[in-house]
Design a protein around this ligand. Structure first.
Ligand SMILES: [Fe+2]
Length: 281
C-alpha cells in the first residue's frame, strides 16, 4: 500500500503551525528597522520561550564568558541572527523530542540528531566560507522533520522496506519512496512549506540525501547533506537508517572538502557537540 497525496496532506495539516511569537521573531529579525526592545517585548510574552532562549544563549556553544540574563542582552551580545535560530530551535523542540518509532529512534534521539546536524552544518558553513550560516543552521535542524510524519506508516511497512534494501541494494530513502510513495525529505519539505520557510530551505530539506537535485542553492543543500552524513556516521542517535545512506561526492566537491578536511571536520564535531546541556532545553 502506497501513501496517497491526500493522506500526506492530511498529516501535514495536523502538524502544528509555528507559534505566533516565532513568526513574529522571524519577521522582526529580518527587518533592519527592528530594535532590541522590539525583540524583547515579543519574546517576553512567552515565559517558557524566554527561559529556553536564555538557556541556549548560555550554552557552551555560544561560548559567551559572562552569564546572559536578559533577552535584550542576548540580542545585543549574540546578534539577531542567533536570536532567530534559537527561537526556532526552542519552538520545534516539542515536535522533535518525541519518540520516532518507525525509525527506531527513542525519545530525545531525533532531537539530538537534529540539533547536532544544525550545529555541524553551521560549522561547515563557516569553514567553507558560505555566508548564510543562519539559514544553514535552520535547514540542518529541520532536515529530518518529515520522519515525524513518516514514522507511523513506516512501522507498518518496516519489514518490506528492509527486504527491498537487502534484495535490491537500494538506500533507505529509495526504499521509503518505493514502498510508501514518498521519502522523508519530500514530506519534510511540505512541512517547511506550511511554515512559510524560504524556498532554499524547503529545497535543502527535500534533497538532503540527494543534494545533486538542488537547483536553487546547491551549496546550502550540500552543507546539510555532509553535516547529516557526519552526524549519522558518528552514530549520534543513530536509528535504523543511519548507515544506509551514501555521502555525495559532488556535494563534497562543490564545497571544496577533500578527504583530509573531512577527517578534520569529523574530529572537530566531537568537540563541538560536547555540551550535553544544550540538548536539554
Ligand atoms: Fe534524512
Amino acid at each position: 500500500m502506497k501513501l496517497t497525496l491526500e493522506e500526506i496532506t492530511k498529516d501535514i495539516v495536523d502538524v502544528p503551525a509555528l507559534p505566533q511569537v516565532t513568526n513574529d521573531i522571524m519577521r522582526l529579525t529580518e527587518d533592519p528597522d527592528s530594535t532590541v526592545q522590539d525583540i524583547e517585548r515579543i519574546v517576553m510574552k512567552d515565559q517558557s520561550l524566554t527561559a529556553r532562549i536564555l538557556r541556549l544563549a548560555n550554552s557552551a556553544y555560544y561560548g559567551y564568558p559572562r552569564r546572559i540574563s536578559t533577552i535584550s542582552e542576548a540580542s545585543v551580545l549574540l546578534g539577531f541572527q542567533a536570536i532567530r535560530s534559537i527561537t526556532l530551535t526552542a519552538s520545534v523542540n516539542g515536535l522533535l523530542v518525541k519518540e520516532v518509532k518507525g525509525y527506531g529512534l527513542e525519545e530525545n534521539e531525533l532531537w539530538k540528531q537534529s540539533l547536532s546536524t544544525a550545529i555541524v552544518s553551521r560549522h561547515i558553513a563557516k569553514k567553507v566560507k558560505y555566508a548564510k550560516v543562519d539559514k544553514v543552521y535552520v535547514a540542518g535542524l529541520l532536515r529530518d522533520i518529515g520522519k515525524v510524519i513518516m514514522s507511523y506508516y513506516l512501522t507498518e511497512h518496516f519489514n518490506k522496506i528492509m527486504e527491498l534494501i537487502k534484495k535490491e541494494g537500494v538506500d533507505f530513502l529509495e526504499a521509503e519512496e518505493k514502498i510508501l510513495g514518498f521519502n522523508h525529505g519530500q514530506v519534510g519539505a511540505k512541512v517547511a512549506k506550511k511554515w512559510n520557510l524560504p524556498d532554499e530551505l524547503i529545497e535543502a530539506i527535500a534533497y538532503h540525501h540527494t543534494p545533486e537535485k538542488a537547483t536553487i542553492d546547491f551549496k546550502l543543500t550540500s552543507i546539510i547533506h555532509v553535516a547529516d552524513a557526519i552526524v549519522m556516521t558518528m552514530g549520534i542517535g543513530l536509528g535504523i537508517d543511519g548507515m544506509i545512506y551514501n555521502c555525495s561526492q559532488k556535494a563534497l566537491e562543490v564545497l571544496g572538502i577533500d578527504s583530509n578536511m573531512l577527517e578534520q571536520l569529523i574530529s572537530e564535531t566531537a568537540d563541538l557537540l560536547c555540551d550535553e546541556d544544550a540538548f536539554h532545553i
